[in-house]
Design a protein around this ligand. Structure first.
Ligand SMILES: Nc1nc2c(ncn2[C@@H]2O[C@H](COP(=O)(O)OP(=O)(O)O)[C@@H](O)[C@H]2O)c(=O)[nH]1
Ligand SMILES: [Mg+2]
Length: 376
C-alpha cells in the first residue's frame, strides 16, 4: 500500500463514490463513451498503437481497452512524465515490461532530446513493420495514441509534431492538440504529421477512464496524478494522501540543506533517488529561474524540520494522522503564507498549493505503483 491506509481509503472511497454515482455526468460522460467507441473501432486499422501511461503509475494507468487487442508487437507502452517518477523505479518497470514481451519506452514530453530519441526509435520500428508486411516505401503509416486522461498524450503528440522531420510549411503554426492540466480537454481525434518520406501521422485521442473503479487504492492514485477531474475530489483528502506518501518516503531527506536546524551536514550524508551535487545544481538553477521557488524552499524546509523532529512512529496510523494534522493546519499554512481568515478556505488553499507543487515535481519523485512481489 502506498501511503497510509486511512488516507488511501478516505480518498479512494470518495473517488469510487463519484464513479459509482449514476448521476455523475462528469465521470464517464458522453464524450468519453463516444471517444471510447471511436478509439476501439480504429485500433485494428492503425499500424501502431502507443499506449501512453503515467510513469508514476505504470500499472494503474493502463488503458483497459487494449486487453482486447493483445498483439504486443504493434503496441508500445510509453511511460510519460518520467521526470516526475523515481528514476530507479522506472528502470525496474521497464525491465518488468520487457520480460513480459511488451515494448516499453520512458519519455519526458517536455524534453526535446527525449522526443528526438523516441522519434528515431519509432522510425526504425516503422521500417521493421514495413519490411515484415512488405509494404511499399511510400505508404503512409498511422500511429495512434491512447490512454487515460491527463497522462500527456496531447503534449507528446505536439512535441513529436514540432520535432519531427517535416517541412516548415507542414508544421502548422495553428495546428496543435490542446494540452491542459485539467483532464478531459481533448474532445476529438486529431491527426498530426510527425515524419516525411515516408509519412507518419499520429492520431491524438481523448482520454478514457474505466466506467467504474472498484479499487480504493487505484482510485486514490489516479486522483493524485491528475487523471480524475479535481472538481470531483476533496482537495484536502488528496493533499493528505500525498503527505502520507511523502512522510513515509526518503525524499524529504534531500531537503536537509534548506533546514534551519543545526543538522551537521546531513545534506551530504543522506541518500535518495537524486545525487547530492546534481540536485544542488538543479536547485540553484530553479532558484534563479522562478521567484516561486522561495515558497518551494520554505515548504521543503518546513516539512524537513517537522518530519525530522517527529518522535512518533510513522507506521502507526494514529501517529501519522497526528503528524499530518500538524503539517496541514500549522506548518504548511505558515510556509505557504496562508492566513486563516473566516471567509477564506485556508485548508483548501493549502491543499491546492501543495498538490500543485507535487504535480510539477517540486516536492520530489514518487512512483506510486510497486512491482508485483514475485518480481522484486
Ligand atoms: N512534468 C511533465 N508534465 C507533462 C509531461 N507531459 C505532459 N505533461 C503535463 O501534463 C498535463 C496533461 O497533459 P495533456 O497533454 O493535456 O494530457 P492528455 O489529457 O493525456 O492529452 C499538462 O499540464 C502537461 O503540461 C511530461 O512528460 N512531464
Ligand atoms: Mg489530450
Amino acid at each position: 500500500m502506498v501511503g497510509t491506509a486511512s488516507f488511501v481509503q478516505n480518498l479512494g472511497n470518495s473517488v469510487k463514490k463519484v464513479s459509482d454515482s449514476k448521476s455523475s455526468s462528469w465521470w464517464y460522460n458522453h464524450h468519453m463513451r463516444a471517444a471510447s467507441r471511436a478509439i476501439f473501432q480504429r485500433i485494428p486499422l492503425v499500424d501502431l498503437v502507443l499506449e501512453v501511461r503515467d510513469a508514476r503509475i505504470p500499472m494503474s494507468s493502463e488503458y483497459g481497452q487494449l486487453r482486447y487487442f493483445p498483439s504486443s508487437s504493434r503496441n508500445i507502452i510509453i511511460l510519460n512524465k518520467m521526470d516526475l517518477a523515481d528514476r530507479s523505479k522506472t528502470k525496474e518497470w521497464m525491465a518488468y515490461f520487457k520480460e513480459r514481451n511488451y515494448i516499453p519506452y520512458a519519455i519526458n514530453s517536455h524534453n526535446k532530446d527525449s522526443i528526438k530519441e523516441f522519434l528515431n526509435f519509432l522510425q526504425a520500428r516503422v521500417r521493421d513493420i514495413r519490411r515484415s508486411t512488405h509494404s511499399s516505401d511510400t505508404r503512409t503509416t498511422t500511429v495512434m495514441l491512447v490512454g487515460i486522461p491527463n497522462v500527456g498524450k496531447s503534449a507528446f503528440a505536439n512535441s513529436l509534431h514540432q520535432i519531427g522531420r517535416i517541412s516548415a510549411a507542414e508544421k502548422g503554426k495553428l495546428k496543435h492538440s490542446t494540452v491542459s492540466p485539467q483532464p478531459g480537454e481533448t474532445k476529438n481525434i486529431t491527426s498530426l504529421k510527425i515524419a516525411s518520406h515516408p509519412n507518419i501521422y499520429i492520431l491524438d485521442t481523448p482520454g478514457v477512464l474505466p466506467p467504474k473503479i472498484l479499487d480504493a487504492e487505484l482510485s486514490a492514485k489516479l486522483a493524485l496524478t491528475g487523471a480524475v477531474d479535481d472538481i470531483l475530489i476533496d482537495q484536502s483528502e488528496l493533499a493528505q494522501y500525498f503527505l502520507s506518501i511523502l512522510n513515509l518516503s526518503d525524499e524529504y531527506k534531500n531537503w536537509a540543506k534548506f533546514s534551519t536546524m543545526d543538522d551537521d551536514g546531513a545534506a551530504t550524508s543522506v541518500g535518495g533517488s537524486s545525487g547530492g551535487s546534481e540536485l544542488h545544481k538543479k536547485e540553484n538553477q530553479i532558484v534563479n529561474d522562478h521567484t516561486q521557488d522561495i515558497v518551494v524552499q520554505a515548504v521543503r524546509r518546513a516539512l524537513f524540520d517537522e518530519i525530522s523532529a517527529f518522535k512518533g512512529n510513522m507506521v502507526d496510523e494514529k501517529d501519522m494522522v497526528q503528524l499530518i494534522e500538524a503539517q496541514f493546519t500549522t506548518v504548511l499554512r505558515k510556509a505557504f503564507n496562508v492566513t486563516s481568515n473566516p471567509c477564506g478556505d485556508a485548508t483548501g488553499m493549502v491543499a491546492a498549493k501543495l498538490i500543485n507543487l507535487y504535480r510539477t515535481g517540486r516536492l520530489g519523485h514518487y512512483t506510486l505503483d510497486s512491482l508485483p512481489r514475485s518480481h522484486m
